[in-house]
Design a protein around this ligand. Structure first.
Ligand code: UTP
Length: 470
């Protein structure tokens, strides 16, 4: 068992790594806070910090001349039913688990709890975690199999998330089929590389990004657990998208059996709405990469072909299938993962080591380091992309208002429900602009797609202006 180093040992380590200021307030702290401070410092990757920062600062962006478009698979491809059957079989044989990343800070939404507790659906106001749990349960029923659910939290929201699952009785699924674990944290540092103090006894930390999920899975024992129970592929999704198809047999079938896939990692895209949409796009440079909109040269972002189509238009929607063995390979690394660090310059409140005042900066004052899960594509042997339909699978909740907010997400959820009803042969009242003149919500336990609606809606209709929960 590791014991916390003494203050003398800690001082030496801080001097060696140029972070002595972390003990500035030592003399004024009581015993409990001194212990808490020593305990936090022991976990800081101080010996690696300057190389992490310089790696992040020198992260190369591909030059426009080296960028090529990707050729995605399409949902209506000729052999879709063959690949769907392969995916179905994989799920039935218990080879698949669901994996949600829910460790983010959700600052843009500004909700009071973990984002997964946000009431997201248009009629019932179901929290996001319930939407996903019901989807998994519906798939378990349809396939007659248990589908383990891995839920990544962060230190900041772990306990609240666990309490929420507990209060909701694990959404009716056996407790042992959901595994919650927290991701790692990294220190937030000043622009000159000093670890900031959030309190006199506490360094400022931020979650290590969704890329930290691979390392966190490994460290939590989830990879060993999955491999021991025969799980080979993880369906990765984010907490902010209630329209995600958590278990998608076509996607799984292509991932394991498309002729050019190595089954290490596969991703879904949607076509960019227009050239100015702020979304990362899949490109080849020459390996498959997500080019963030802020990094895309203008001539790439705005390129159109002779027929006016956007050339680099495969927008990433953060839905992947990842091979479990591939995650083991990526995390066989002294620092826990091979993924590179990215840096963002943000405003982080801190205690001034000279005045002792806690300060809320008005200008960005700190570097936050994060890794991104899509960087794993770069390491994957022959990853593939499946283009999907935006309304069908993408209704993100990022901001409190405006674009990608709860209201735009609800509108997309209703649009999808109306589509499913129409496909099932049910008339849906519409406004002159084609938008549904009703608010419809379809529970994942009621239907996993239009086919399930056909029988149950036989002879029923939807009244204009009504709110309907199916
Ligand atoms: P976002 O990029 O939207 O970040 O995360 P965020 O922290 O949730 O929100 P903002 O930027 O503060 O408003 C995309 C997905 O990745 C997860 C989030 O929970 C979300 O599902 N994520 C992000 C993590 O799990 N850990 C992280 O460190 C960052």
């Amino acid at each position: 068992m590791r014991t916390t180093p003494s203050v003398a040992e800690t001082k030496q380590r801080l001097e060696r790594t140029g972070q002595q200021h972390l003990l500035t307030f030592w003399d004024s702290l009581d015993e409990a806070r001194r212990e808490a401070l020593l305990e936090s410092i022991v976990h800081l990757p101080l010996e690696h910090l300057s190389s992490m920062l310089s790696q992040a600062a020198s992260l190369a962006r591909p030059a426009a001349a080296d960028i090529r478009p990707v050729r995605p698979y399409l949902r209506n491809m000729a052999e879709a039913s063959k690949f769907r059957a392969i995916g179905d079989d994989l799920v039935k044989r218990g080879k698949v688990a669901a994996f949600i990343v829910a460790g983010g800070q959700g600052t843009r939404l500004g909700w009071r709890g973990p984002k997964g507790t946000y009431p997201a659906t248009p009629v019932a106001g179901k929290p996001l975690f319930r939407v996903f749990a019901e989807q998994i349960m519906a798939a378990e029923r349809a396939y007659g199999v248990r589908i383990p659910w891995f839920v990544m939290t962060s230190e900041a929201n772990h306990h609240e998330t666990e309490r929420f699952f507990d209060d909701n009785r694990w959404f009716g699924r056996p407790r042992g089929d959901t595994m919650l674990f927290a991701q790692g944290m990294v220190p937030s540092v000043s622009l000159d590389g000093q670890v900031l103090l959030e309190q006199a006894w506490q360094p400022a930390l931020n979650p290590d990004g969704h890329g930290g999920s691979l390392k966190a899975l490994r460290q939590a024992g989830a990879i060993d657990h999955m491999q021991a129970s025969g799980i080979e592929h993880l369906c990765y999704f984010q907490v902010d998208n209630p329209n995600v198809h958590v278990i998608d047999p076509l996607f799984l079938g292509l991932h394991v059996a498309a002729p050019d896939s190595s089954a290490e990692m596969s991703s879904k895209s949607v076509l960019k709405r227009d050239v100015t949409e702020k979304v990362g796009v899949f490109v080849k440079a020459p390996r498959l990469t997500v080019l963030e909109y802020s990094d895309a040269p203008k001539e790439i972002a705005e390129a159109r072909d002779a027929s006016g189509e956007i050339v680099y238009g495969e927008g990433s929607i953060a839905i992947h299938v990842i091979g479990v063995e591939f995650i083991r390979k990526l995390t066989d690394h002294p620092l826990g993962s091979v993924l590179p660090w990215h840096r963002a310059i943000k405003k982080v409140p801190f205690v001034d080591p000279i005045t002792g005042q806690r300060t809320d900066p008005t200008e960005p004052n700190a570097i936050k380091l994060e890794s991104f899960v899509f960087d794993a594509l770069h390491e994957a042997e022959s990853p593939i992309v499946l283009r999907t339909d935006r309304v069908e699978e993408f209704a993100p909740i990022k901001n409190a208002t405006g674009e990608d907010s709860p209201s735009t997400s609800k509108a997309i959820q209703v649009e999808r429900a109306a589509r499913w009803l129409k496909e099932a042969g049910i008339a849906v009242p519409c406004h002159a602009n084609g938008q549904p003149d009703c608010i419809v919500e379809i529970s994942p336990l009621t239907a996993r797609g239009p086919e399930d609606l056909r029988r149950m809606m036989h002879g029923k209709s939807i009244t204009a202006g009504s709110e309907v929960l199916l």
